[in-house]
Ligand binder design. Structure first.
Ligand SMILES: Nc1ncnc2c1ncn2[C@@H]1O[C@H](COP(=O)(O)OP(=O)(O)O)[C@@H](O)[C@H]1O
Ligand SMILES: [Mg+2]
Length: 259
């Protein structure tokens, strides 16, 4: 039997492997995410960072290893139930419903709570009405929190890229996650938008109490918000420490230079 996980270990990954044909995207990855931290995952392109998020959020079945969230084996949880377990994510390429408004995209994020019984839905019982009102109130709170009021009724397709990234963040927050994964949140943002993102991430952790794991290349953002950094290379952990420690680790420098 394995030892008890550390009491503050929200997510525990052990000896994870994930292969696509002959490519071992993840090769013996072990790491812990501690409750309440902002953890940054860095590493060169192809290191397996997105694959790790896909494995944890059940986009792909892993070929080996263990993923425990609050002691529960996520390998047994189907993809559509991941949100209900308190895990949310954003995508490296934004995934939103472009034709729908900001509000509607956020309400879709809340969908996991709209699981009244079918007859309640058909008869529109007070319980269903309450759930819908609650969903709207939650979406309004997130719109306020992320300063999106000006865009509430705009179609996502009409929004500047930076705003779409914030909407995607909002949609993830609407599921009221305990653990939030962000895949390259600063990519495509200008320096000012990146600084703003650092404030959102800080607030998400301190005001909403959400644990954040962020895959990110921008070391200014990583240094500004991360408590801890893990550098991945070739599907496994190469280095771990504070942002400053990991940045000056010769193994990390070599991995980025491809030597
Ligand atoms: N859906 C997929 N099908 C085939 N190969 C994939 C797929 N996703 C990722 N890979 C491969 O897995 C490796 C890790 O990729 P990825 O996880 O995207 O890395 P990162 O996010 O660190 O840049 C790469 O060699 C990539 O080509
Ligand atoms: Mg990636």
């Amino acid at each position: 039997m394995s030892a008890m996980p550390r009491s503050d270990s929200l997510l525990r990954v052990r000896d994870l492997t994930l292969a696509f044909g002959g490519v071992r995207a993840i090769a013996g990855l072990s790491l812990d995410v501690h409750a309440g931290e902002v953890l940054a995952i860095i590493g060169p392109n192809g290191a397996g960072k997105t694959s790790m998020l896909n494995a944890i959020t059940r986009v792909f079945d892993v070929s080996g290893g263990e993923i425990l969230f609050k002691g529960q084996d996520l390998a047994r949880v189907p993809r559509h139930r991941i949100a209900r377990h308190g895990i949310a994510r954003t995508f490296q390429n934004i995934e939103l419903f472009d034709a729908a408004s900001v509000m509607d995209n956020l309400l879709l994020g809340r969908h996991r709570f709209a699981h009244g019984r079918w007859w309640q839905q058909v008869l529109r019982t007070p319980a269903v009405t309450r759930m819908e009102e609650d969903a709207r109130a939650q979406a309004e709170a997130i719109i306020e929190f992320l300063d999106l009021s000006a865009w509430r009724n705009a179609a996502v397709a009409s929004l500047p890229y930076g705003v779409r990234k914030v909407v995607e963040l909002g949609r993830a927050l609407c599921t009221r996650p305990e653990l939030l994964f962000l895949d390259e949140p600063a990519s495509g943002l200008n320096p000012e938008e990146t600084r703003e993102l650092a404030f959102w991430i800080d607030d998400i952790r301190s005001d909403l109490g959400i644990t954040v794991v962020m895959v990110e290349h921008d070391m200014s953002l990583v240094s500004a918000v991360a408590d801890r950094v893990i550098c991945m290379a070739q599907g496994a952990v190469l280095s771990e420490g504070t942002p400053a420690q990991v940045q000056r680790d010769p193994a990390v420098i070599a991995a980025y230079l491809g030597i």
